[in-house]
Design a protein around this ligand. Sequence first.
Ligand SMILES: [Zn+2]
Length: 307
Amino acid sequence: MNLHVPEFHARNKCPLCHAGDLTDHLVLDNIRIAGCRACKFMFSRDTLPAVEIDRFYIDGYHDQRHMDGQRVNATTNLGLLQHFFPDFGRRSLLDIGSGYGFLLDKVRSNGAGRVAGVELSNAQRNYSAQQLRIETHGQMDDIPRDDKFDIVTAFEVIEHIPAPREFIVRACEQLKTGGSLIIGTDNFASGVVNSLGHQFPKWIPHEHVSFFTSTTLRQLLEGCGTLKLAGVRSYTPWELLARQIIFRATSGRRGGKTYSYETERSADSERGYRFFSLRMAINRIWFKVASAPNLNGEMMYFHMIKQ
Ligand SMILES: [Zn+2]
């Protein structure tokens, strides 16, 4: 039996502005989520070593739940892309964190030119490359830096990245001048997060390590120097609205979720994806009716143009 228990390491400087004046925004099962007093960025202060994080994504990050979840997200993310690009017009697209490749498959059949992905997980990358015949790389550095794309996307990736500024700079290198960078992540200052507090189900601080608000994400993107804001969109998934309603109606007894490191780790592979058929049927439509060109929703998307 493998009793390997990884050790957490403390980070004592803000990964975005390098200031050392930090507060404990939340403590979840002994993992501290820090808030930077200087730039307001929130991040997991206690993180697994990089080699552990890589091992987690390369070897362990695949099961039916991930596959089902990505099938559902691909329909929503295609809807988002079609808002910004009503016609892909043979544009090339690189998706970072492309998973099984479901989004790239849809983008390709909706008129994009070359599509490519970057995916750490061996199992997901193999599926994407072999089953869907999509050009899929194991890491960014497998793509030559002069190999540039019209659109670079990263959906629900940046919250997993311990050094988000370096990640954005690297993503921009694969972008043509005038090309579009699309970043989608949770807004940790949205109404649902404020209502559910520490019981918001996406506080998973060993896995999600960077927690953005619309202000901190905009600061990061515009602070890179070459990116100019072209548009935003946001929406709140109906599953989270339902949680919020139940949480309020039961005075916090139901609807929330209290984080536990051990429970998350052991449950990860066994837990099925709930309401898969229902989500598959309605999430695309929900995105169409619920998304708006503002940053008030729980999921936020930034469209930046490289100058
Ligand atoms: Zn900071």
